[in-house]
Write a protein that binds this ligand. Structure first.
Ligand code: ADP
Ligand code: MG
Length: 595
């Protein structure tokens, strides 16, 4: 017999388990979605390996997920014919590495008021098994290793064990997760309940999910419906004849044969292969949530086929909120899943398929023109990928335009709060689409108390004779409003945009112009306001020349020069920066960043 070894969970994983077990109490049934999603990932992986190494699939060709409930034993078993795990993989995947920040997860848990649904966003789905199980046993067999391994852990024990499985029950290849249900979760060991959960959470998994269930119950349901229908007809006849209703003989037999069998519960035909006309809104929403582990509906989606010399199908979605794991530009976003002729290839090619500023757009691309063994190197050289990328950008921007032009503006507000920063990065980085992206920008403004304003709207309501678009960058709207630089402009009815994010100045500097209108910083020298300013200034300069010299001498090195201005109304003076230097706001930001 083989030796059993005991390991202690890595501290992060241990804390994570505590959180899951003690703080998530609603929607516990998402454990099934998470384990099915792992099974599906494992099947994707083995199918991919099988493309170049047919041996990997040998002995177990059916790529499927098997689910079985045992009421007597109080267990649920989820088995897949996927890639399996070697001992080493088992050790590092289950117990050692917590993929996401535990701290972020804890914050999110608080925010979500214990809703287990959010687990899908954190890449820690496996541990959701402990939402419903007090003991979890994982049997796994990789095609790379002769042995089958058993991993086991009890909730709250802070430990897990690994040993070789010498029971003789070899799976050939794959993983079987056995959940020993907690007392208060035992009602889940029920095929009818599980069938519902599969429909609800895993309908769009691309592999058949087979549930072991009894046909008796299904036949009973059919017969009951037939009986009810007969009764309805009899009642109608009785009513027409104005007679007393009679009770019909039930269709039901009493001796149903109890036939248990594996039955496919999900619709495993890829949703994108259907015609967009035939797909209901709710299907798109469910597909999005199930595929990307999201828990809000998307705020926009698009489904399209490109035909011609290069052919592909794609579905793209804009999520209903920004990820908890706030944009870590360095991290891979895994938001575009690439398929070649319906075979999942990878979700790590985002950078080649989408510019990083659009990394929040999630979706799938299925191409029939790329080779199945496509690699990053092939992708980067490929003309096909350039065409796909261009289309994905175009369609994404159309989707965002659609939101911006939507009646009411609520959706765009949601969008802007979550992804406005991405659009700003886009203005800086995507020179080809800069004009288009500029129309999507929104800023605070002197003319609006709360709503933000776009540049088109600004231009549309410019004062007569106004040529430039004025902006003031500051820490906050309050600071901007109180600044001496804006008082005269605002008093005269000229709109000033208030730029309050660190990135904003880089955006307007890169943009420089919107249409024919220069973007002008009101804190820079030489701002020309008012028509007859020139003449008056000339007069004043003569009269106050002595004062200017005196002030410059007194302030000495602290200022470059002292000049008169017509730009102020109530304030006696303002500190401005030179035309070509950094604005005071930018200096402040640079200082803060270098600390
Ligand atoms: P994620 O799926 O986001 O990576 P999980 O916590 O769900 O995070 O799973 C952790 C890891 O454990 C997976 O990345 C995978 O390597 C491994 N794993 C989990 N379930 C299976 C399975 N059924 N077959 C093979 N590997 C699995
Ligand atoms: Mg997972």
């Amino acid at each position: 017999a083989s030796k059993e070894e005991t390991f202690t969970y890595q501290a992060e994983v241990d804390r994570l388990m505590d959180m899951i077990v003690n703080s998530l109490y609603s929607n516990r049934e998402v454990f099934l979605r998470e384990l099915i999603s792992n099974a599906s990932d494992a099947l994707d992986k083995v199918r991919f390996v099988g493309l170049t190494d047919a041996k990997a699939l040998e002995g177990r060709e059916q790529l499927e997920i098997l689910i079985k409930a045992d009421k007597e034993a109080n267990t649920i078993t989820i088995e897949d014919a996927g890639i399996g795990m070697t001992r080493e993989q088992l050790l590092s995947n289950l117990g050692t590495i917590a993929r996401s920040g535990t701290r972020k997860f804890m914050e999110a848990v608080k925010e979500a008021k214990g809703d287990a649904n959010l687990i899908g966003q954190f890449g820690v789905g496996f541990y959701s098994a402990f939402l419903v199980a007090d003991r979890v046993t994982v049997y796994t067999k990789s095609h790379e290793e002769a042995q089958q391994w058993v991993w086991e852990s009890n909730v709250g024990s802070h430990q897990y064990t690994i040993k070789e499985d010498d029971s003789g029950d070899n799976m050939v290849r794959g993983t079987r997760v056995v959940l020993h249900l907690k007392e208060d979760a035992q009602e889940l060991a029920d095929p009818i309940r599980l069938a519902k959960l599969i429909k609800q959470y895993s309908q769009f998994i691309q592999f058949p999910i087979k549930l072991y269930s009894s046909r008796k119950e299904a036949k009973q349901v059919v017969d009951e419906a037939a009986t009810a229908k007969r009764q309805e007809e009899a009642d109608k006849i009785a009513k027409d004849k104005e007679e007393e209703p009679i009770k019909v003989e039930p269709v039901m037999k009493t001796d149903y044969e109890d036939v248990w069998d594996w039955r496919v519960e999900n619709d495993n035909k890829p949703l994108w292969t259907r015609s967009p006309k035939e797909v209901a809104e709710a299907d798109y929403n469910d597909f999005f949530k199930q595929t990307f582990g999201e828990f809000l509906d998307p705020i926009a989606h698009v489904h399209f086929n490109v035909e011609g010399t290069i052919e592909f199908t794609s579905m793209l979605f804009i999520p209903g909120m920004a990820p908890f794991e706030q944009q870590n530009w360095a991290a891979k976003s895994r938001s575009i899943k690439l398929y070649v002729r319906r075979v999942f290839i990878s979700d790590e090619f985002d950078e080649d398929l989408m510019p990083r500023y659009l990394s929040f757009v999630k979706g799938i691309v299925d191409s029939s023109d790329l080779p199945l063994n496509v690699s990053r190197e092939i992708l980067q050289e490929s003309r096909i990928v350039r065409v796909i990328r261009k289309q994905l950008i175009r369609r994404s921007l159309e989707m965002i335009d659609g939101l911006a032009n939507k009646e009411g503006g609520e959706d765009y507000k949601t969008f802007w709060e979550s992804f406005g920063r991405n659009i700003k990065v886009g203005v800086i980085e995507d020179t080809e689409n800069r004009e288009r992206l500029a129309k999507l920008l929104r800023f605070h403004s002197s003319k609006n108390e709360t709503d933000m304003v776009g540049l088109q709207e600004y231009v549309g309501r410019m004062e007569e004779g106004q040529k430039a678009i004025y902006f003031m960058a500051a820490d906050s709207v309050e600071v901007a409003r109180a600044a001496p630089f804006v008082e005269k402009l605002v008093a005269e009815g000229t709109e000033v945009l208030y730029l309050t994010e660190a990135i904003d100045e880089a955006v307007v500097t890169n943009l420089a112009k919107f249409g024919d209108h220069d973007l002008v910083d009101v804190t820079k020298e030489g701002l020309d306001v008012g028509e007859d300013a020139g003449k008056k200034l000339e007069e004043a300069n003569k009269q106050l020349a002595g004062l200017l010299v005196f002030l410059k001498e007194s302030l000495s090195d602290r200022v470059e020069k002292v000049t008169l201005t017509s730009r102020l109304l109530d304030s006696p003076c303002a500190l401005v920066t030179s035309k070509f230097g950094w604005s005071a706001n930018m200096e402040r930001i640079m200082k803060a960043q270098s600390m």
